[in-house]
Every structure is written in C-alpha cells, then in structure tokens.
Design a protein around this ligand. Structure first.
Ligand code: DON
Length: 307
C-alpha cells in the first residue's frame, strides 16, 4: 500500500510522544545481568521504505542488544551456506512453549520445533560453525549484517556475551540435551559461546531496519538474500518469531516479526518496508511490550498487513 512518507513521519513522531507519556513499559530481562541494567523507559523506531528513505523517531540511534533477532540472520547465513540440510535437524512449526523451554525437546527426540526458540537457534549456530572457529563464524554473521545494513559500525557487546555465558544455565542444559540426541556436532560449550556472542550483537533501530530490507526484498536492498529464502524467513517470523506470543503478534500486527529480549523487534512488510522498534521493557512472553504496541499502531496507521 502506498503511504505518504511525510504523513508517516509525523505519525511516528506523535507515536513516540504518546509512548513516552505512558507508564506501562514492562519489565527488562533480568536473567541476563547485563540486560537487567538497561532502563526500561526507552523507545525508538525506524522505518526503511522502498524508495530508500529511513524514517526515525525517538531513540532510533541508540544501540541495544539484538538478542534473538540475531537468529534470523544466522539462519539466513546457514541457508546460504548449506541450503536445506538444516531442516533435517530442526523443524518449522510453532512450539507454543516459552523461548527457553526444554519440554518438547525430550518428547520430540532432540529435534527442536523451529529455529527461533533457543533450542532450535543453538542447532542453527552449531551448523553455522561448520568446522570453523567461533571467531570465523561470528565474523560471517557480522559481515552479513554490515552488508545488509550498509553500515560497518555493527559490533558485539562482549560484556553482554560474558554476562550470559556466566548465567545461561538453561541454554547450557539445552545444548547438552541436544548433544545427547546427537543433534550437536561441536562441543556444547563451543556452540554456546558462539550463540551468546551472536545474541550480544548490538545495533540501533536504524541499522536493524536497514538490515531488514533484504528480508522485505525492497528494491534498493543489497541483493544478498534470494527471494525464496526471504519468503521462508518471513513465514518463520510470522509463525514462530514471537514464540508462544506469535499468534497474538500476528493477530495484532499482521506482519512477520522477530523479537529479542533486548526489547528489539524487526517487523517486515514484504515489498513495502522494514521496520525496527525498540523498547527494553518486556511482556509476559519475553517480547517488547511497547515495541509490540508501536508495531500494532504503525500497522493500523499504514494498513500494512499480509492478510
Ligand atoms: O538465549 C537467550 O535466552 C537469549 N540470549 C536470547 C533470548 C531472546 O532474545 C528471546 N526473545 N525474546
């Protein structure tokens, strides 16, 4: 749907003011000590449009930990590197369980439901390593992101990675459980270290919206993701991108989205726009509370929906 950029810009500016006036920010993720230090009352949004413009409001240039949003980019790298093979190790169905749940992993014999829950993302990261040192695999993800965003200034926040490495006992359990089912080729600690660093990539909303242009297949996006791969990433984001909150996000926003416990959400309007919202306070599902609200308001204002 065609949208007047000036009208959308003024809507985003008002939305930022409206959100700042509210008191219900949600709770920051406290199971990663470094993320528990982030002030919840923050909001930023960036919208990359098909004509190359990037609209911004609020703290669009503040860096945040992209956390699980990174899972989309590692999956894109793995699909590019080894194609469809990954689907022998991980499924493509919503789990209906929390992002860090171990419940289905035993019942389903070590094959995680999808690549966005933590168990599935650990498998994707394990595949990303492909016999390489963690540093090389992480360099590939960073290079891919920098190319996608057209911005070299994207890095890993080592304090966040180390913070999770010290306290990520559920992920440690998941990785060992996967190993017991022979669904982890590397030593668990090697895959875990890579995964924690990948989650600790920090970006601004502006950078994230620009990186999402390839998933939206915007005409001016760098041609680094084949159309059929973009379609599949969008399908997975729609059905699994918000874990057990995926149905609610689809119902309220109507667009594929991927959230992270740092409070970022990448939202894709295929062929039309790539949107990044950030607000660190989370809802009960571990997804950004005000970020979801903002995505809902933007979708309502623009009429963007895949339905
Ligand atoms: O593995 C974890 O728990 C975090 N590094 C990422 C989880 C996450 O972002 C869930 N998303 N809302």
């Amino acid at each position: 749907m065609d949208i007047d950029a000036a009208e959308l810009q003024s809507f985003l500016t008002d939305l930022d003011a409206d959100i700042r006036a509210r008191a219900d920010w949600g709770e920051v993720a406290d199971y990663i000590p470094e993320l528990a230090k982030v002030a919840p009352a923050q909001f930023g949004v960036a919208v990359a449009l098909a004509d190359g413009q990037v609209l911004q409001a609020g703290a669009a240039d503040t860096r945040f930990s992209i956390q699980s949003v990174s899972k989309v980019f590692t999956l894109a790298c793995v699909l590019g590197r080894s194609g469809e093979q990954i689907w022998t190790r991980v499924g493509r169905e919503p789990s209906g369980t929390r992002f860090d749940s171990i419940l289905l992993l035993e019942q389903e014999k070590g094959r995680p439901r999808n690549p966005f829950i933590n168990a599935g993302a650990l498998v994707t990261t394990d595949a990303l390593l492909a016999g390489r040192a963690p540093r090389e695999a992480l360099s590939e993800v960073l290079a891919f992101l920098r190319l996608a965003a057209g911005d070299e200034d994207i890095h890993i926040d080592r304090a966040v990675a180390l913070s999770e490495e010290r306290t990520g006992f559920r992920n440690i359990a998941l990785a060992n459980y996967l190993k017991s089912f022979n669904n982890m080729t590397n030593p668990p600690e090697m895959t875990l270290g890579t995964y924690f660093h990948q989650c600790a990539i920090e970006m601004t909303a502006t950078q994230l919206a620009r990186a999402g242009r390839m998933i939206a297949q915007l005409p001016r996006a760098p041609a680094i993701l084949a159309p059929e791969k973009a379609r599949r990433l969008n399908a997975l984001m729609m059905t699994c991108g918000h874990y057990d909150g995926s149905g609610d996000f689809a119902f309220r926003v109507g667009l594929p989205g991927k959230s992270g416990v740092g409070g970022g959400i990448l939202v894709i309007a295929p062929g039309v726009a790539s949107i990044a919202v950030w607000s660190p306070g989370l809802n009960l599902y571990g997804n950004s509370h005000m970020g979801t609200f903002a995505a809902e308001q933007i979708a309502r204002f623009t009429g963007w929906s895949v339905f």
